[in-house]
Design a protein around this ligand. Structure first.
Ligand code: SF4
Ligand code: FES
Length: 329
């Protein structure tokens, strides 16, 4: 079936979501997604950053949808027409969503391990307002150690549920989840239990912010001073394909390999992540290509996003802010 997003038409399989249809076009018209994760069944629908406007429902029923919809949870219909960056209403609503996500989020970036690879930083930079209107006290929490390798900073959490889905779907025990409801919601372990199984470290990789951090890497370095290198090893628990993060000669962190949307390509086990921190443990493949957005690759970008906006005068006229951002890259 055919769907048109910001004037660009693409053919997709029935059942594809609007977000994934946009990802098939690629480049800079793809809506941001803070909670959807293509490797986790049922994810999405929580953060509302991927809102879009459906201006034509389908060929059979061309009525527009009355409200903005979450593109990660809305399936395409044949002949559907969607606006993302070309709709001022979407751009304004997204700004509101970012303001909402930042209501309780502390300005921890100068000390947060996730700084430089944080999706909320990117989102705030690209879609946020310069000021907050929130005047009330922010929620505060003590840091929680969930096991000896993972630390939870609940103040930074945006309640995307990715870590809960990860623990549910790729580990054999889930000992943490979201307690309470509404603005009392929080990630917690059941009576402060340690999360401890072979794949628990993946919750660190899926967390879009710095709420779940790797205790073996805490405060070791800013990510933009590290050198990411792809490597693999024979592992009987996982694929063994990882990114090693070097500081000089030392491996200071091991993570899964992330794609252009910040999602891990394959989940890795805790042995690879936490216990193999010597170069001799790995077969080195070469330098890691890092997304254009990341400060890690500043001044030596190895690839840039598809220049959808840069080459399309209609999109340039429709969203000057986006065009300016793209031309800066
Ligand atoms: S801890 Fe991270 S992954 Fe888990 S819900 Fe919060 S933001 Fe999402
Ligand atoms: S990515 Fe769609 S609602 Fe979060």
């Amino acid at each position: 079936m055919k769907v048109t997003i910001d004037g660009i038409t693409v053919d997709v399989e029935p059942g594809t979501s609007i977000l994934n249809a946009a990802r098939q076009i690629g480049g800079d018209i793809v809506p941001p997604a803070m909670c959807y994760y293509s490797k986790l069944a049922g994810s999405g629908g929580k953060c509302r950053t991927c809102l879009v406007k459906v201006t034509k429902g389908s060929e059979k029923d061309p009525r527009p949808m009355p409200k903005l919809v979450a593109s990660c949870r809305t399936g395409v219909m044949d002949g559907m027409e969607v606006q993302n960056i070309t709709s001022p209403e979407v751009v304004e609503a997204r700004k509101g969503v970012v303001e909402m996500l930042l209501i309780n989020h502390p300005l921890d970036c100068p000390v947060c391990d996730q700084a430089g690879e944080c999706h909320l930083q990117d989102l705030g930079f690209e879609h946020g307002a310069a000021k907050t209107r929130y005047e009330f006290d922010r929620r505060t929490f003590e840091k929680i150690d969930i096991g000896d390798k993972i630390q939870l900073h609940m103040t930074r959490c945006i309640l995307c549920y990715r870590c809960v889905f990860t623990a549910d779907q790729i580990t054999n025990t889930r000992l943490h989840g979201i307690l309470n409801r509404g603005d009392h919601s929080e990630i917690s372990t059941y009576i402060s239990k340690a999360v401890d199984n072979d794949f628990s470290g993946n919750v660190i990789d899926v967390c879009p912010v710095g709420a779940l951090t790797d205790k073996t890497f805490r405060f070791k370095n800013r990510v933009w001073f590290t050198k990411p290198v792809e490597a693999h090893r024979d592992c009987d628990k996982c694929c063994g394909k990882v990114t090693l993060w070097y500081k000089g000669e030392d491996v200071i962190r091991v993570t899964g390999r992330k794609d252009v949307y910040g999602e891990v390509e394959e989940f890795i086990c805790n042995t690879c992540r936490f216990d193999k921190k010597k170069t001799a443990d790995w077969v080195i493949e070469g330098p890691r290509k890092v997304s254009h957005q990341s400060v890690i690759s500043a001044n030596h970008y190895e690839f840039t996003p598809l220049p959808v906006v840069k080459t399309n005068p209609v999109l340039q006229a429709a969203n000057k802010d986006q065009f300016e951002r793209e031309t800066r890259l």
